[in-house]
Design a protein around this ligand. Structure first.
Ligand code: MIG
Length: 764
């Protein structure tokens, strides 16, 4: 057992050299050729490397070690883009081969074989391998080292604890159920996205280690970093940028972009482990109404089931689920049940019987099933890596969809198992669509495949309505199917603080719809913390309050007084801001650029923002600075160059500087960039209610202009994908008498917005 006292430091071992790694270097290039499929092939003494361009700015470099050919054929359901025919100029020098597109130059040095990436326009070296390059180990690991410069910063890496910039950290990717702790050094959480973005000044480029085994990134060195995978091929994509937005766009073009969520998924959601009976749920909804607090969804955690059997309702606790759901739905509120992967190994239970009889569960090479202990005790686990199991599981969701359910919450899908290893045995052999592979290889994809099965099954049943899936575990590409919440945080101020950089990095990693349990899941919340957390949560992409059984209740009114007023105010504000927020999801769907953005995405030239973890941009026009410490009534905010309006006071402030701003408990500092037309809605109690009026808030620039985008669609169907959406660019100018003159340039008119009327509100 690892010592958890001072002995852990092992003074006797300190300073000892780490044993030689036992890796074989890629060696030297022996032959170079261009293949029929457009790939360039480098046969080296230590392996075969393929270089394949996916476009001018995206290249894939794949090492097949120990005699294997590079494996380029399988997309693993992660890649949605194919290589594009792009003109590559080939220059064979004595010591290297240069492959150049209009944007990117890959230089492959021959002896030893080392790969370097250059900006083809400026000639600048972006990143290269140095003394050490790609290598493979005797037991199947693969790794590579790359040089890094003093000024390089690193972002992305999916769901990671800690602050925004990951330089100096050692990160590892292995989907893990971590009830506690979520500390800066807890680097294995529920989601694995081995993608990152390097920022050097305002120049950005990206890397995706397309490997589903456990992967690791060591950024703790001084001038080189290491990427490592426990098996498989060393398969990487390089994204040339040049801006950070370009990199995210290139990565999401490759792994897919999130669909626009149903609008109700962006409302306020209330959860608890658990609302245990239908009476409790009704009561909850009643209090929301009485208290005039908007609400779009209520979650049913594991107690709704009969003995934790998925696809059942407990008959005593929920005698008439369809009736309850219809009743709530008539009030504009939806119900989202939890669905875990573990299926109770009970031969009298039809889901287990069917699955077992038709080979849908995970098992071993000898044909026996894998069983693990989870809430239903001994359980079998669907083999989501296989199409037939995904279809079967997806179809089972008719059980929910036919009762009026449109959203599913997938938990425990790392998968989490109550045993020593916390998960499935690594030698489980997944069917994997005809390419059998071990759990060791596919572990990180299990939650991804479960989300895919759930989303697609619900979509089949919902007849054109958008499903909403919330998942705890995932892998690159999960954004196409699900929202991600950051799992079991605690009612700690530190976790409120951390939720911002965590979600920023998830957004950069392709997942725009993410959030943390508002109020904190475990531990006891309190009025001040809940008030501050609800403020921040209202401006995070996904907004759900959730807490566990042992914790004090934390519905918005639980602490009464000012805390309740603040929670109400910000939940109401969320609904006011939905037109702007929804437009950002439409933008994310088109471009991959996240809804919630680190400041460097918008102000790349301003070095002062590159490390900022405690304030963020909502889209390109709004800056949010949550308060994340108790007893604080003022906060320091950095405003980038330009003019800003304090959203609360309309005070105009010159940026390019730090300011101290008032932030009493009912005020979370929000700033709007001068020159903005911000679309807000009149208040409502849920997204089903009509919007009385669309308000166009004009925040003048110094020269008396402003603009903004208004986006709308039906909020519920997929018709937006076939052109049924509305978008306009609103351009405001100030007339001679100071009046506002607004012009709307309609960009898309495939949908007619249902706003009652429009109002213009001029600020300043
Ligand atoms: O305790 O379903 O992260 O949100 O409430 C482990 C019960 C199982 C973990 C989830 C949490 C959920 C809880 N689940």
């Amino acid at each position: 057992m690892a010592a958890d006292n001072s002995l852990a430091i092992h003074p006797d071992q300190y300073g000892k050299k780490i044993a030689a790694e036992g890796f074989t270097d890629i060696g030297s290039v022996k032959a170079f050729s261009r293949e029929g499929d457009g790939a360039f092939r480098f046969a080296c003494t230590g392996g075969i490397v393929s270089v394949l361009f996916y476009g001018e700015s995206v290249v894939r470099v794949t090492l097949g070690a120990a005699g294997e050919e590079p494996e380029l054929g399988r997309d693993k359901h992660v890649l949605v883009a194919r290589p594009e025919a792009v003109e590559v100029r080939v220059l064979e020098r004595d010591d290297a081969v240069e492959l150049t597109t209009d944007a990117l130059r890959v230089v492959v040095r021959q002896a030893p074989m080392r790969v370097a990436y250059y900006d083809a326009v400026t000639g600048e070296l972006l990143v290269g391998e140095g003394g050490r390059g790609m290598m493979h180990g005797a037991s199947g690991e693969v790794a590579s080292y790359r040089a890094m410069r003093a000024e390089d910063r690193f972002y992305g890496f999916g769901e990671k604890a800690g602050f925004l910039d990951k330089r100096g950290e050692k990160l590892s990717m292995w989907n893990t159920d971590v009830y506690a702790p979520h500390n800066p050094e807890t680097n294995e959480l529920y989601v694995s996205i081995p993608f990152f973005l390097t920022l050097r000044g305002s120049r950005a480029f990206g890397t995706f280690l397309f490997n589903t085994f456990k992967t690791a990134f060591d950024l703790s060195g001084v001038d080189e970093y290491r990427m490592h995978a426990e098996g498989g091929q060393f398969d990487t994509f390089f994204f040339a940028g040049p801006t950070a937005k370009d990199v995210v766009g290139q990565y999401t073009a490759l792994t897919g972009r999130a669909p626009i969520p149903p609008k109700w998924a962006l409302g306020y959601h209330q959860s608890r482990y658990s609302y245990e009976t239908d009476a409790e749920v009704r009561d909850l909804v009643r209090v929301f109404k009485e208290k005039n607090i908007p609400l779009d969804a209520v979650y049913l955690d594991i107690h709704y089931m009969h003995g934790y059997r998925v696809f059942t309702f407990d008959r005593d606790r929920f005698p008439d689920p369809a009736g309850l759901i219809a009743e709530l739905r008539a009030q504009g509120i939806r119900v989202i049940p939890i669905v875990d992967p573990g299926v109770k190994a009970d031969p009298a239970y039809s889901v287990f019987r069917e699955g077992a009889a038709s080979g849908k569960f995970c098992g071993f090479a000898d044909g026996s099933l894998f069983y693990g202990q989870v809430w239903p005790e001994k359980s079998a686990f669907p083999d989501f890596t296989d199409e037939s199991a995904r279809e079967w599981w997806g179809d089972l969701h008719a059980f929910y969809a036919d009762k009026g359910i449109e959203g599913i919450w997938n938990d425990m899908n790392e998968p989490s198992v109550f045993n020593e290893s916390k998960t499935m045995d690594l030698d489980v052999l997944h069917r994997n669509d005809g390419h059998p592979a071990t759990h060791k290889e596919l572990h990180n994809q299990y939650g991804f495949f479960m989300s895919k099965a759930t989303y697609e099954g619900m979509a089949r049943r919902l007849a054109g309505r958008r499903p909403f899936v919330l998942t705890r575990a995932g892998y690159s590409g999960v954004q196409r199917y699900a929202a991600v919440w950051t799992g079991d945080n605690r009612s700690f101020w530190e976790h409120l603080e951390m939720s911002v950089p965590m979600c920023l990095n998830l957004g950069l990693s392709g997942v725009p719809l993410c959030g943390a349990d508002v109020g904190g899941f475990a531990h006891d919340s309190n009025g001040e913390l809940l008030a501050r957390w609800t403020q921040a949560g209202a401006f995070l992409p996904y907004f759900r309050n959730h807490s566990e059984m042992k914790a004090i209740r934390q519905e918005p009114w639980m602490f009464g007084g000012e805390a309740e007023d603040v929670a109400r105010k910000y939940i109401q504000l969320r609904y006011r801001w939905l037109p702007y927020l929804y437009g950002l999801f439409a933008e994310a769907n088109r471009t991959g650029v996240p809804v919630m953005r680190p400041l460097f995405l918008e102000f790349p030239d301003d070095g002062a923002v590159h490390g900022l973890s405690d304030q963020f941009m909502l889209g390109s026009r709004v800056l949010v600075a949550p308060v994340v410490r108790p007893g604080v009534t003022k906060r320091l905010v950095y405003l980038p160059a330009g003019e800003w309006y304090n959203y609360w006071t309309d005070e105009k402030i010159a940026g390019g500087t730090h300011i101290v701003v008032d932030a009493p408990l009912d005020t979370m500092p929000i700033f709007v960039r001068a020159g903005t037309v911000l679309p807000l809605a009149t208040p409502r109690m849920n997204t089903e209610q009509p919007v009385e009026a669309l308000e166009l808030h004009v925040y003048w620039s110094a020269n008396g202009t402003a603009e903004g985008t208004v986006y709308e669609d039906d909020g519920i169907s997929f018709a937006y994908g076939e052109g049924a959406s509305y978008e306009e660019l609103v351009v405001a100018s100030r007339g001679e008498d100071g009046e506002a003159i607004l012009r709307a340039d309609v960009v898309r008119d495939g949908y007619e917005p249902k706003w009652g009327e429009r109002r213009v509100v001029a600020h300043g």
